[in-house]
Each structure stands twice: as structure tokens, then as C-alpha cells.
Design a protein around this ligand. Structure first.
Ligand SMILES: NC(=O)c1ccc[n+]([C@@H]2O[C@H](COP(=O)([O-])OP(=O)(O)OC[C@H]3O[C@@H](n4cnc5c(N)ncnc54)[C@H](OP(=O)(O)O)[C@@H]3O)[C@@H](O)[C@H]2O)c1
Length: 290
């Protein structure tokens, strides 16, 4: 049973803490919709937004942030550096470009989006940006255990967080145990399994939703939170956005957690195998929305 306050932000570094529920904006390719979704999220109490250079929507995220009227220092803005910018000079330029597109003086959390190709120059550029006050905390995404171990052979600043695919169909117990042992926070991407019908149709979610007086989506998000994960569900629907943060007034028992744990398939959702990603991803060039 969860005992601590799961609505309390999780400490990343000495002075940076990350809210446990944020808004993800992947696949929101309409600038006006993106801006409105970020604004709606912040107005409904969110204090974490997750974007990436490759999503192409840093500018509308920045406008949504400004339009919300929420104080800049109260929001954790996350973005991710894309692979084409991993050489040191390109990484320095990429950080400046993200600052400009987001229209902020500093980025709260910047992640390496993928563990390839060579990201050592990018990490150094991010460490220097931390020193310069342009980034407050740095971390990684899609890093396996061996990738984290490799990064730590040369990192001056330890990664504060690893954003990984995580949902009831893909639970990654070994990676989770390793990251927890290392004191690296875990952030679940696709926490709702991309909202795919098959996962939502699992009877346990309807049953628990009815028992708790919550929705199936809220039950899944609560399952993440009770394991200490940060969640960043994507939504453009204001009702969904508000509901996804309304997850702090109920609890799942150990037995209920175990029933959801039993759904693990050990397989990710993503269609492209990692060896193919290594070839394909560096060729993607994001079109940046105005
Ligand atoms: N680091 C990486 O490589 C990586 C990869 C993928 C994603 N991410 C991050 O993770 C975030 C979330 O992942 P995701 O967008 O792939 O999937 P997700 O959040 O698991 O699922 C999003 C889907 O669920 C629906 N949904 C959300 N809340 C709902 C609710 N309360 N009721 C009904 N439907 C709901 C959304 O539709 P509506 O818009 O209609 O609500 C959307 O179709 C991304 O936006 C991104 O920030 C990171």
C-alpha cells in the first residue's frame, strides 16, 4: 500500500524536484492545439510539461507556458536533445535553439532522447549548460542498464532521471530495480500504453475503476505513481487532462497492484527494433512548428 504523498514532487538534484504527473506533448503537431493543451494543463494544476526537439512543438509549448499565467519558476519544463545534435558543437547550438524556441531563460530538465550514436559530446555540453545556469537538471531517455553504466564511466554530472517506455504491458523490473538502486528517478513514457484499446480492455481495469469510483486511465496512472514513477500522459482533451491529474484520492492495494503487474508481456509497444532505430533515427529531421 502506498503511504507517502504521491502528489509531492520527487527530488532530482539539490534544488530541482519533478512533479509526479505532467503533460506529454508527443504527436501534437497542430501548434494551436499544442499551445491550448499546455495552457489547459497548467491552468488545471499541472506543473510539468514534457516536449522534445524532435516533436517540433517547443514554440507552442513556450507560448502555452506564457499564456497560462503560471509563474515560470513553478513549472518544470522538460525537453530532449535529438540525435543529430549529439556532437559537442551541435549540442551547444541545440541547447541555445531550445531555449529560444521555448522562450525561456533556462530549461528545468534536458534529456538525451536516445542512447546512440556517440552522445559524449552532448552530455558534456549539457553539463556545461548546467554550470552556466541554462539547464537545471539533466537526464536520459530510453537508456538500458548498460547504457547508463556506459554514461557513468565519463559523466561528471550523474543522470537525474531516465524516461523510459513503461506501462502495464511492459514493466521492465530489472531496469527499474537498477535505476532505483542508482538513485535515478524513473519517468514513464506512454504510461497509458499509447491509449491502445487492447490494454484498456483488460478486465482488471474496468473492475478496479468501478470499485474505486475512478476511470480505467486513472487506475493505470495510479499504478505507476505507487511504484514511484513520474507519469507524462499525453492528451489534447481538457477533460482527460484534468482527469489524469485527479489520481491522488484513492489507493490500490498490494493485491490490486499485483493483479496489474501480472499483465506484463515483457514486450515494448514500439514497432521499430532498436538495431533499426540506430540506422533510421539519425536521419529524422524535425520540422519545427512556428
Ligand atoms: N522519450 C521517448 O522516446 C518518448 C516516446 C514516446 C512518448 N514520450 C512521452 O510520453 C508522453 C506520453 O506518451 P504517448 O503520448 O505515446 O502515450 P500515452 O500518454 O500513454 O497515451 C496517449 C493516448 O491516450 C489518450 N488519453 C490520455 N488520457 C486519456 C483519458 N483520461 N481518457 C481517455 N483517453 C486518454 C490520448 O488521447 P486524447 O488526446 O484524446 O486524450 C492519447 O490517444 C508523450 O507525449 C511524450 O511526452 C516519450
Amino acid at each position: 500500500m502506498a503511504s507517502s504523498d504521491l502528489s509531492a514532487p520527487i527530488a532530482l538534484t539539490g534544488d530541482v524536484a519533478i512533479p509526479t504527473v505532467g503533460l506529454g506533448v508527443y504527436t501534437i503537431t497542430d501548434a494551436a492545439v499544442c499551445e491550448a493543451s499546455v495552457k489547459a494543463a497548467l491552468e488545471s494544476g499541472y506543473r510539468l510539461v514534457d516536449t522534445a526537439v524532435v516533436y517540433g512543438n517547443e514554440r507552442p509549448v513556450g507560448r502555452g507556458l506564457a499564456a497560462s499565467g503560471v509563474a515560470r519558476e513553478d513549472v518544470v519544463v522538460t525537453t530532449k536533445m535529438w540525435l543529430q545534435d549529439y556532437a559537442y558543437e551541435a549540442a551547444v547550438a541545440s541547447i541555445e535553439a531550445s531555449l529560444e524556441r521555448l522562450a525561456v531563460d533556462y530549461i528545468d530538465l534536458m534529456l538525451l532522447h536516445q542512447p546512440y550514436p556517440d552522445y559524449s559530446g552532448a552530455w558534456r555540453a549539457m553539463e556545461e549548460a548546467v554550470d552556466a545556469g541554462k539547464i537545471r537538471a539533466i537526464g536520459v531517455s530510453n537508456f538500458e542498464k548498460s547504457d547508463v553504466e556506459h554514461l557513468m564511466t565519463f559523466a561528471r554530472i550523474k543522470p537525474a532521471i531516465n524516461q523510459i517506455e513503461m506501462h502495464p504491458y511492459y514493466q521492465r523490473p530489472e531496469l527499474v530495480a537498477f535505476l532505483k538502486q542508482q538513485g535515478i528517478a524513473i519517468e514513464s513514457w506512454a504510461p497509458l500504453g499509447h491509449g491502445k484499446a487492447q490494454l484498456l480492455a483488460e478486465p482488471v481495469f474496468a473492475e478496479l475503476a468501478a470499485a474505486k469510483g475512478k476511470t480505467k486511465h486513472q487506475v493505470i496512472l495510479r499504478w505507476h505513481l505507487q511504484q514511484g514513477f513520474v507519469v507524462i500522459p499525453k492528451s489534447t482533451n481538457p477533460a482527460h487532462i484534468a482527469a489524469n491529474r485527479d489520481v491522488f484520492d484513492f489507493e490500490l492495494t498490494d493485491d490490486e497492484m499485483a493483479r496489474i503487474a501480472a499483465l506484463d508481456t515483457g514486450k515494448p509497444n514500439r514497432r521499430m527494433p532498436r538495431w533499426l532505430q540506430r540506422w533510421m533515427f539519425p536521419t529524422f529531421r524535425a520540422r519545427q512548428l512556428a
